[in-house]
Design a protein. Structure first.
Length: 260
């Protein structure tokens, strides 16, 4: 990142709190994310990481606090409005169309950018046909990027778990985001796949000029990949900074890293 990019804020999380009845899942968490940054969120199970992602993407409204995207307040916006602004995500529990092919999964996301109307589509008019071809070509290019071009016609449910994770990333990229949130992208991957994933995330950031937020349990991957890291514990932000600083923070070692 250049120094200019480091100072260009794209996301501001201001004292975000989320309560479920008497349980405070996220407690007054604040941080900023800069353009083109790879920003990690780590913490033990139940720390509030996915709840935080869900508030950022509008799936659940925060109980209090404020979310700013490129200076604009998105705190009360719906998921489709937030996605429309350029914030895309993958999920901890995969949400693929299991019975569709890998290519169709990505093409569905790509269809959002099509400009042909309903009647053109129904009557197979030239513009709609060209648009459709373009959609599938772009979708195939994204599959190629994540290493799945050879599996384009395979049903999503027949792909290996690690491949399904990469398919979700391709589908999220089809939405043409400016921020990509990855919820445990390395879950279920072997060490070799994790190394490849790390390279892929860097490549995506550089090629698409993206900002990436990721939740991940695999500490070495986060430490080697992220520009900065936020650490949550029982919904509280207990550390924030560069990997080296976070890794040596006594509160982090006690709460999470332990012997790692």
């Amino acid at each position: 990142m250049t120094s200019h990019e480091q100072t260009t804020l794209i996301l501001e999380v201001k004292a975000i709190t989320r309560r479920f009845g008497g349980l405070v899942a996220v407690n007054a968490v604040s941080f900023t994310v800069s353009q083109n940054e790879i920003f990690g969120v780590i913490g033990p199970n139940g720390a509030g990481k996915t709840t935080l992602f869900n508030t950022i993407t509008g799936l659940i409204p925060p109980s209090s606090g404020e979310l700013l995207y490129q200076g604009q307040d998105i705190t009360k916006q719906k998921p489709h409005q937030i996605a429309g602004k350029g914030i895309a995500r993958t999920f901890q529990n995969l949400r693929l169309f299991k019975n569709l092919s890998a290519l169709e999964n990505v093409a569905i996301a790509n269809h959002i950018h099509n400009h042909s109307n309903f009647f053109q589509g129904v009557f197979g008019l030239a513009q709609a046909t060209r648009q459709e071809e373009k959609t599938y070509q772009k979708s195939l290019e994204l599959l190629e990027l994540v290493g799945l071009a050879d599996y384009a016609q395979q049903q999503a449910c027949n792909l290996a778990y690690g491949d399904q994770r990469r398919l979700e990333i391709a589908r999220a990229l089809a939405l043409k985001p400016t921020i990509l949130l990855l919820d445990e992208p390395a879950a279920g991957m072997n060490p070799n796949e994790k190394g490849t994933l790390s390279q892929l995330i860097r490549q995506i950031r550089d090629e698409f000029k993206l900002t990436i937020l990721l939740i991940e349990h695999h500490v070495p991957l986060v430490m080697g990949l992220c520009d900065r890291i936020a650490v949550l514990d029982f919904g509280q932000l207990i550390a924030l900074g560069k990997p080296e600083t976070v890794k040596n923070d006594p509160a982090v070692i006690e709460a999470y890293l332990g012997d790692e």
